[in-house]
Design a protein around this ligand. Sequence first.
Ligand code: GTP
Ligand code: MG
Length: 246
Amino acid sequence: MYENPYQKLKQYLEIPLLDDDRYFTPNIDTLVEAEKLFIPNPSHPIKFITAGIGKEKFPNHDLPEVIFMGRSNVGKSSLLKAIFNYVPELRIKTSKRAGLTKSAQFYGVGSKLCLVDMPGYGFGQPEWFEDVVHDCLRRRNCVRTFLLIDGKIGFQDSDDIALNALESYRIPHAIVMTKIDKATDARLLRNVLHLRNIKKSPIYCYRQPFFVSSHTFEGLGYLLAYIAHITGNLRIDHSDMNHISN
Ligand SMILES: Nc1nc2c(ncn2[C@@H]2O[C@H](COP(=O)(O)OP(=O)(O)OP(=O)(O)O)[C@@H](O)[C@H]2O)c(=O)[nH]1
Ligand SMILES: [Mg+2]
């Protein structure tokens, strides 16, 4: 839970893919601190806010928002469910069947931040998908978008299109490889290399991808710390030094 799976991949590389000094390297105390943000209590309720497909349905609040998008079935809702593991009453639905989540789902973490689970693109994609994504990404309080990539399957053409769109719309984003419990290290490395090849000089993409399993919770603590940090809820000394803010 508290380890960064990327550390394991590094041993296979002669030349590191990332310059570690420049990236997000929280220590264990910081990771434990960040996790507390996701544990509810009476003065810090974690709850479903609303679901909607039009901007008039979206909540009107000032909470910093983090959006989870990606292909249908990539594991967006499962990741939210894992993040909210301490809040089982949220009952986030997941399914083997692609296209389960049909609208943007907003979850509030006390008065600190809001996480948004999006419908997926690709198979089962609702016809108004692009409008919802567009409306959500354009929200003024959206601080980061996570683009989820299935770690076992790797980047598909639609993922490359999404990546390029995020860059050209100047939307600060980061990559999360999901289902790493099912992916080989070789596959994960290939995914990272692919990312490097298509993002030669990214400005809006955080260069360090995250690796998670929503089933085993590998990599989750590290992702939680990043979310806490980018939403202004966690100070870190040797933190994200990338040229996008935070
Ligand atoms: N092994 C494994 N399976 C996962 C993981 N995350 C999700 N899954 C499975 O992948 C399937 C799809 O998960 P969802 O979370 O519903 O995917 P989604 O991206 O929300 O899909 P849509 O709402 O249809 O866009 C489910 O059968 C999950 O159990 C993971 O980390 N490991
Ligand atoms: Mg879903």
